[in-house]
Every structure is written in structure tokens, then in C-alpha cells.
Write a protein that binds this ligand. Structure first.
Ligand code: SF4
Ligand code: SF4
Length: 288
């Protein structure tokens, strides 16, 4: 499947394992119905989240580092992945299949999706990622992206490189967001980062000017210092009320009316959006 190397994400490693460490089988950390996503994604019955291990970025503040950086989880076959997706659809009756950090495993996910479709089982798909994507890949796997749940994390190259080791992030994530607006459903997540609130504002300005202020935005205050961030100012502290409000105010001033703004008071570690609080249910893959 990767005989000619892997070029799925902007790193274009050309080999497996590459930067992200993903191997030649999909590796899952956890899966199950999840109610912590934005309301249109969670719906009434929850979103069928499948958290893949490994990630194409390496954020020094990553709260998911056990599975994103260190690869905890369990390798599964395409058949096992299909079986998980079938269970989510038929037993849990979730609203959608929500692929979290899917990029290193897209060919497998597509195979599972296609085999279920042949059985007459299909659900809307959500591509849930950092936004560090190639438009060519989004186009190639567009059936896995009925809705894009993408971050716009940085507006400056130097921050993307320092905080996430992600060269080209600004250009790539903006192109991915633009593609999704034109070709799929889209929710943009803006995680306010300590000392970098102005980058969130710059991204909102770009979004309003170059895409539309009708894009639903989710402005998140839940940044919690973790992992390598604990030794890397300013990432070693929480976001201040002033920082958070400067971003929420900018969204309002720019005319964004569709979306979600967390109250600053809820900025204590609310890990629901990250899957930490996901209903155990079947979601024990890699947890035992
Ligand atoms: S994009 Fe998310 S999961 Fe990946 S390293 Fe960064 S914080 Fe962790
Ligand atoms: S998905 Fe992983 S292996 Fe493939 S190009 Fe990206 S970092 Fe490299």
C-alpha cells in the first residue's frame, strides 16, 4: 500500500515509517460515541470518534502525547477497522464517523469505508485534524471529508516550527481550510495559545477576508500546559482572560456569527474536545 513511500501529509516523507512513525497498519488509540464535539458534529447520538495513534505534527504542548507522539495503541487490520465502523453505525447509531488524526492511515480508512458502503452501511464522514494537510490528499480522499473539523493554529511560520515542528503550516492549513469551504462542510477551531493570541486574531482576519465570515468557528480557551510546554515559556502557562477575550472580541468585530465561544471560566482542563472524557463504551482499544 505504501510501496512508493508516503506523501499523504505536507512532510512527504517518501517512506514508512516517516516523521509521524505510522507503520503499515492503522493503529487506534480509542474509539466510541463522543459527545464533546461541537453540537452539529455530536448531534443527539454522539459522534463516532476513532482516535488514530500518531500525528503529523509534534506540538510541544500536546495533551495526547502518549498516543500522538509515542504511538500507544493497537494495530488493526482493515477488516477490524470496518468492524469498528460497523458497530458505531449499527449498534451505537452515531451521527457520523469522526476520524481523528486520520492522515497517516487514509488508504486503510478508505478501504473500510468502501467495503461498508458495499454492504449498504454509510454515514457522514468527519475529517478531524490539525489542518496540516495537503490539498491534493484532501481531494484524493474527499469521501472521507463530508465535514472538515480543522484547526487554524498559527499565522506565523516561526511559531509553527517552534511549537509544532510543522514547516509550511500556515500556508498548508489555510489552503486546506479554503478547500474544505469550497468542497465540503467546515468548522474551524481556533485554540488560543498563551503569548500568541494575536496569531489567532490574524487567522480570523485572514478567514474573514480570504474565505468568509460565515465559516463556523469554534474558539477554544482550554489550553493547558503539558509535556514539553512545561519547560518552554510562554507555553508553560494558561491563557489569560485578556488574551482569550481579545480573540473572542475579534471574532465578533469581524462579523463571525456562526460558531461557539467557550466561556473563559471553562478554561480549566476541559478535555472533552480531546476525547479524554469519551464514554468508555467500546472505546477501550489500546487502553488495556
Ligand atoms: S496536532 Fe494535536 S495531537 Fe498532534 S501533536 Fe499537536 S496537539 Fe498533539
Ligand atoms: S503521514 Fe507520516 S509518513 Fe506520511 S508523509 Fe506524513 S509524516 Fe510522513
Amino acid at each position: 500500500m505504501f510501496s512508493s513511500g508516503c506523501e499523504l501529509c505536507p512532510r512527504r516523507c517518501g517512506k514508512r515509517p516517516g516523521f509521524c512513525g505510522a507503520g503499515t497498519l492503522p493503529r487506534l488509540f480509542r474509539w466510541g460515541p463522543h459527545f464533546g464535539e461541537e453540537p452539529p458534529i455530536a448531534g443527539e447520538k454522539g459522534s463516532g470518534c476513532i482516535f488514530f495513534s500518531r500525528c503529523t505534527m509534534k506540538c510541544l504542548y500536546c495533551q495526547n502525547s502518549p498516543w500522538s507522539w509515542k504511538g500507544e495503541g493497537k494495530d488493526v487490520s482493515v477488516e477490524e477497522l470496518s468492524s469498528i465502523m460497523r458497530t458505531l453505525a449499527l449498534e451505537d447509531k452515531v451521527e457520523n464517523w469522526n476520524f481523528v488524526s486520520p492522515t497517516p492511515y487514509l488508504p486503510f480508512i478508505r478501504e473500510s469505508y468502501a467495503s461498508l458502503k458495499k454492504e449498504g452501511i454509510t454515514l457522514p464522514t468527519v475529517w478531524n485534524s490539525s489542518g496540516y494537510e495537503r490539498v491534493e490528499t484532501l481531494q484524493e480522499y474527499s469521501e472521507l471529508c463530508d465535514t472538515a473539523l480543522f484547526d487554524l493554529r498559527y499565522s506565523r511560520e516561526e511559531t509553527a516550527v517552534k511549537a509544532s515542528a510543522a514547516p509550511g503550516y500556515v500556508e498548508m492549513s489555510r489552503a486546506a481550510v479554503k478547500w474544505a469551504w469550497e468542497n465540503a462542510g467546515l468548522i474551524v477551531r481556533i485554540l488560543v495559545l498563551p503569548g500568541h493570541a494575536e496569531e489567532a486574531v490574524e487567522n480570523l482576519k485572514w478567514l474573514a477576508k480570504e474565505v468568509s465570515n460565515e465559516v463556523p468557528v469554534s474558539i477554544m480557551s482550554q489550553y493547558t500546559p503539558a509535556y514539553a510546554a512545561l519547560k518552554t515559556p510562554p507555553f508553560d502557562r494558561s491563557v489569560t482572560k485578556e488574551e482569550y477575550e481579545s480573540v473572542a472580541d475579534a471574532a465578533s468585530d469581524l462579523g463571525f456569527e456562526c460558531g461557539w465561544v467557550q466561556g473563559y471560566e471553562s478554561s480549566s482542563p476541559d478535555l472533552a474536545l480531546l476525547g479524554e472524557n469519551m464514554t468508555p463504551g467500546h472505546g477501550a482499544v489500546g487502553q488495556v
